[in-house]
Design a protein around this ligand. Structure first.
Ligand SMILES: *[C@@H]1O[C@H](CO)[C@@H](O)[C@H](O)[C@H]1NC(C)=O
Ligand SMILES: *[C@@H]1O[C@H](CO)[C@@H](O)[C@H](O)[C@H]1NC(C)=O
Ligand SMILES: *[C@@H]1O[C@H](CO)[C@@H](O)[C@H](O)[C@H]1NC(C)=O
Ligand SMILES: *[C@@H]1O[C@H](CO)[C@@H](O)[C@H](O)[C@H]1NC(C)=O
Ligand SMILES: *[C@@H]1O[C@H](CO)[C@@H](O)[C@H](O)[C@H]1NC(C)=O
Ligand SMILES: *[C@@H]1O[C@H](CO)[C@@H](O)[C@H](O)[C@H]1NC(C)=O
Ligand SMILES: *[C@@H]1O[C@H](CO)[C@@H](O)[C@H](O)[C@H]1NC(C)=O
Length: 406
C-alpha cells in the first residue's frame, strides 16, 4: 500500500508540472479595453464591434514601461488588434489601442488601418514593427482587408513612419504571416531587415528597410514535418500543418552578419543559416546547402516563437505540448543541439497552458504570454477561470542550475 502510494505521488509530481520561477505580472479571465467612454463601449457591444468572449491575447513585446499585447481577429468582435498596457497598470489592466482607436477600427473600410496582427517587434532604434496579416475573422468568415503589410511606428511620437504592402510575388494562396523578426544594429538603423516567416506556404519573406523592397525565399527546411503535426493540449487533440514559424538571431558574428536559427511549428528540429545569405536576394534561393540542420529537441517539443538573449547566448522557445518554456545555450553548446543540451526550464499545467509568445527585454528579463489557444479556437473558454497570463523573471534565475546556465 505504502509503496503504491509513493508511486502514485511520484507520478503526480511528473504529471502536475508547477511553475516556481516565473512571476505573474498580468492575468485575465477575459480581456477588456480602455474605451473613450462608457457610451462608446455600450454602443460597441450593441453593434457587435466588441464581443468580449472573442478576444484572446497572443503576442507580446516590451518597450520601456509599455507592454504591447496583440489581440488577433480570429473571430468577429475584436475592437482593437494592437494594444499596450503599462507595467504599473495593475494585475488585470484594460488594453489601450496603439497608436489609437481609429487606426484599429475596422468597422468602416479605410486606408491606414491595422487589420489583424499576431506579433510585433520593437527594435533598437525606437521603432515598432508590425506585421498585419490583412485577413480578419479567420475562423468565422474570413475577409481580406488588405494584402499583408508591414507598418513601422516611431515609439517616441507613436507616428506611422512607413507602411509597406507585400508584393503579389511575395504571397501565395495559403500564405499566413504571424511573426516578425527585426535584424538591425543600433548604429545602422537604416540598414534594418525584417524577416517574415510564412507558416502557410512554407517560405520566408525578407524586407530591406534601406531598399524598401521585399523578396521571397524558399527552402525544404521551411516545411512542416508530417510526423510532428499532432498536438494534445489540455485535453484538446488537433493537427496543424504550420511551417516556418520561430526565428531567433545570434549576436553579430565577426563577419558582421548573424546566425539565423529557425524552426517550423509542426517539427522538433532546429535549423540555421547565415543572414549573409538571407540578405542577398540573388543568392538566397540558390544556396541550398548553406541551410543546415542544427539538431532535434526530442519528442513533443513543438515550438511557436523563440528568442535569443544576447548577453547569455541562451535561446528560449515555447513548448506548446508541454505547457512550458525550453532553452538551449548557444555559447556553451554551439555545435550540440540535442535532447541533452536542451531542457524544459519552466512548465505549469495550470498557468502555462499554451505559451504563445515570449521575448527577453533589454534588462534581461524573460516574458511569456500564455493563452489556452486550443480551447479558445476549438471549444470555449470558461470565463470563470483565469485564461490569459503574462509571466516574467530574470533570465539568470530562470536558467540557474540547469544545462542552460553558463
Ligand atoms: C451602459 O450599459 C450598462 C449596462 O447595460 C448600463 O448600466 C449603463 O447605464 C450604460 N451606460 C451608458 C452611458 O449608456
Ligand atoms: C469605430 O468606427 C465606427 C464607425 O465610425 C464607430 O461607430 C465606432 O464608435 C468606432 N469604435 C470605436 C471603439 O471608436
Ligand atoms: C485609399 O487610398 C487610395 C490611394 O491612396 C485611394 O484611392 C482610396 O480612395 C482610399 N480609400 C479610402 C476608403 O479612403
Ligand atoms: C521619432 O521621433 C523623434 C521626435 O520627432 C525623432 O527625434 C526620432 O528621430 C524619431 N525616430 C525615428 C526612428 O523615426
Ligand atoms: C516604399 O514602397 C511603397 C510601395 O511598395 C511606397 O508606397 C512607399 O512610399 C515607399 N516608402 C519609402 C519610404 O520609400
Ligand atoms: C494524443 O492523444 C491521442 C489520443 O489519446 C494519442 O493517440 C496520441 O498519440 C497523442 N499524441 C501526442 C502527440 O501526444
Ligand atoms: C550577393 O552575393 C553575390 C555572390 O556572392 C555577390 O556577388 C553580391 O555582391 C552580393 N550582393 C550583395 C548586395 O551583397
Amino acid at each position: 500500500m505504502w509503496q503504491a502510494g509513493l508511486i502514485l505521488i511520484s507520478l503526480l509530481v511528473l504529471i502536475e508540472a508547477k511553475n516556481d520561477k516565473l512571476k505573474e505580472i498580468f492575468k485575465w479571465n477575459q480581456i477588456d479595453f480602455a474605451f473613450p467612454d462608457e457610451q462608446t463601449r455600450n454602443a460597441s457591444i450593441a453593434s457587435g464591434e466588441f464581443k468580449k468572449e472573442n478576444n484572446m491575447p497572443l503576442g507580446i513585446e516590451i518597450w520601456k514601461d509599455r507592454v504591447f499585447i496583440t489581440v488577433p481577429r480570429w473571430k468577429s468582435g475584436v475592437p482593437s488588434t494592437l494594444n499596450y498596457v503599462k507595467v504599473t497598470d495593475g494585475e488585470s489592466p484594460l488594453l489601450h489601442p496603439y497608436p489609437n482607436w481609429e487606426t484599429n477600427n475596422v468597422t468602416e473600410e479605410k486606408n491606414y488601418t491595422i487589420g489583424n496582427t499576431f506579433r510585433v517587434r520593437a527594435d533598437e532604434c525606437g521603432r515598432l514593427w508590425v506585421i498585419d496579416s490583412g485577413l480578419i475573422n479567420i475562423v468565422e468568415s474570413p475577409k481580406v482587408l488588405s494584402p499583408p503589410k508591414i507598418m513601422i511606428f516611431n515609439l517616441t511620437t507613436d507616428e506611422l513612419i512607413r507602411e509597406y504592402h507585400l508584393k503579389p510575388s511575395d504571397i501565395k494562396d495559403d500564405s499566413f504571416f504571424a511573426n516578425i523578426v527585426v535584424d538591425v544594429s543600433p548604429d545602422k538603423c537604416d540598414e534594418a531587415f525584417a524577416y517574415l516567416p510564412d507558416l502557410g506556404s512554407y517560405c520566408l519573406v525578407v524586407y530591406s528597410y534601406k531598399e524598401n523592397e521585399s523578396y521571397r525565399i524558399n527552402h525544404h527546411y521551411f516545411h512542416f514535418d508530417p510526423l510532428y503535426g499532432d498536438y494534445n493540449i489540455s485535453g484538446v487533440n488537433f493537427q496543424w500543418t504550420d511551417g516556418l514559424f520561430g526565428i531567433s538571431l545570434s549576436p553579430l558574428n565577426e563577419n558582421g552578419f548573424r546566425t539565423m536559427y529557425f524552426h517550423p511549428l509542426s517539427s522538433i528540429n532546429e535549423f540555421t543559416v547565415s543572414t549573409e545569405i538571407i540578405q542577398n536576394k540573388t543568392v538566397a534561393s540558390e544556396s541550398y546547402h548553406e541551410f543546415k540542420l542544427l539538431g532535434s529537441r526530442g519528442p513533443y517539443s513543438q515550438a511557436t516563437t523563440s528568442f535569443i538573449d544576447e548577453k547569455s547566448g541562451v535561446m528560449f522557445y515555447t513548448q506548446v505540448n508541454k505547457n512550458g518554456v525550453g532553452c538551449w545555450n548557444s555559447k556553451k553548446f554551439p555545435n550540440d543541439y540535442s535532447i541533452n543540451t536542451n531542457t524544459l526550464v519552466v512548465s505549469d499545467d495550470e498557468t502555462m497552458v499554451f505559451p504563445n509568445d515570449l521575448k527577453v527585454d533589454r534588462d534581461s528579463n524573460l516574458w511569456v504570454l500564455t493563452d489556452r489557444l486550443p480551447e479558445f479556437i476549438y471549444r470555449n473558454l470558461n470565463k470563470d477561470q483565469i485564461n490569459f497570463r503574462v509571466l516574467k523573471a530574470p533570465v539568470s534565475e530562470v536558467i540557474k542550475g540547469t544545462v542552460c546556465d553558463n
